[in-house]
Write a protein that binds this ligand. Structure first.
Ligand code: GDP
Ligand code: MG
Length: 374
């Protein structure tokens, strides 16, 4: 009951908060790659996002109540973890092999002090970590959840990153899609991964962040095929095109012709390469889109990690605004149903006689309902 009561949200409060969510023209303009990103706006959205994250933590989705979630999908090695790492400014395990083997819920939060704070949450424990050790800590936690091999699990791992200037965003990184099992992977790895992906992207409350390699034909991407199964018109799909530095001349044409129906648009990025710091990577990215003979022709409103961060914050706000009234309604309905069932139970059973009497009453009503059905 304590949990249920803590779920009760005051609908008026949520609506009050939402009125102030509409972006002003100035806030909606992409800003330069400077921290802190869009702080005034974040002060308004943070309480709502926090409420949704708390609900996620209470496993409300297992009760059939969907929450607005940004879900990152992409074929294996398309750069999903690199994109999330770029947004958070922290190292996530990256690599050619299957690295992400469990859903990783990433909660990014701005916090005012210059010292970043990071921790992992899984199996009911909180494990503090720091920027240097976070990739290792994620690998250790993944092994604990999904085993030491190459298998995957649907039990999520949460990473909380609080750092000055971070956008307030919560996103879920999912294992990448592989067609052919590599050595040590179960035969049905494709089915297992696509089932997890479908579970996360099917609810209409989910925003799909589809990570695509600049170097491939988008229409051949498995992640496009999956997202089109649940979002045909692409109205809740945003595409991030990675490895822009490896792209050939046709990238501008690919993102403007939009052959694969991406309703929320494209953002082309260049992630961190090798041992670069995140600051160096952002500078290199800016330089690339500024001076490269054909990449510089792509409109600046659709290039770079800072633009991606801002778009995601805006999309998340719109989605919260749309979904919260229904979430509040569903929680309150569920709560009153549970409370009425609870009230039907005998409250105090302190003696054997009371327990027997209560048992006889239950037996009586069971007999009665059996009688009715026969
Ligand atoms: P995931 O399997 O989708 O999570 O992909 P990863 O983020 O692990 O990336 C796969 C590989 O591509 C890694 O070696 C990354 O360093 C590299 N990578 C990711 N993004 C870029 C990019 O924008 N440019 C270049 N050159 N390499 C990238
Ligand atoms: Mg990954």
């Amino acid at each position: 009951m304590a949990t249920l009561n803590s779920l009760k949200i005051n609908a008026t409060h949520v609506e009050d908060q939402m009125i102030s969510l509409t972006l002003t023209q100035e806030e909606a303009q992409p800003k330069a790659a400077v921290a802190p990103l869009f702080l005034a706006y974040h002060d308004r959205i943070r309480p709502l996002l926090h409420a949704v994250d708390e609900l996620r933590h209470l496993k409300i989705m297992e009760e059939g109540i969907q929450l607005p979630t940004i879900v990152v999908v992409g074929d294996q090695s398309s750069g999903k973890s690199s994109v999330l790492g770029s947004l958070a400014g922290v190292n996530l395990p990256r690599g050619v092999d299957i690295c992400t083997r469990v859903p990783l819920i990433m909660r990014l939060q701005h916090h005012p002090t210059s010292e970043p704070e990071l921790h992992l949450e899984y199996h009911g424990q909180i494990v503090p970590t720091d920027e240097t050790h976070v990739a290792k800590a994620i690998s250790v936690a993944t092994n604990e959840i999904a085993g030491n091999g190459k298998g995957i699990s649907n039990t999520p791992l949460t990473l909380v990153v609080k750092k000055k200037g971070l956008p307030d965003l919560t996103m879920v990184d999912l294992p990448g899609i592989t067609r052919v099992p590599v050595h040590g992977q179960p035969e049905d790895i494709y089915e297992q991964i696509s089932n997890i992906i479908m579970e996360y992207i099917s609810p209409k409350e989910s925003i799909i962040l589809n990570v695509l390699l600049a170097t491939v034909d988008f229409s051949t991407c498995e992640s496009i095929r999956l997202s089109q199964c649940v979002d045909k018109t692409g109205e809740r799909t945003l595409a991030v095109v990675t490895k822009a530095d490896k792209a050939s001349e046709g990238l501008l044409e690919k993102v403007t012709s939009d052959e694969v129906n991406i309703g929320l648009g494209y953002v082309c990025v260049r992630n961190r390469i090798g041992v670069e710091s995140y600051e160096e990577a952002r500078r290199e990215e800016a330089r690339l889109f500024e001076s490269h003979p054909f990449l510089s022709e792509i409109d600046k409103s659709i290039v770079g990690i800072p633009v991606l961060a801002q778009k995601l914050v805006q999309i998340q706000a719109t989605s919260l605004e749309k979904c919260l009234p229904d979430i509040v309604k569903n929680i309150n309905q569920k709560l009153s149903l549970n409370v009425s069932q609870l009230n039907k139970l005998p409250l105090h059973l302190s003696t054997t006689a009371e327990a027997i009497a209560a048992f006889m009453r239950i037996l009586g009503s069971a007999k009665e309902s059996l009688g009715k059905s026969s």
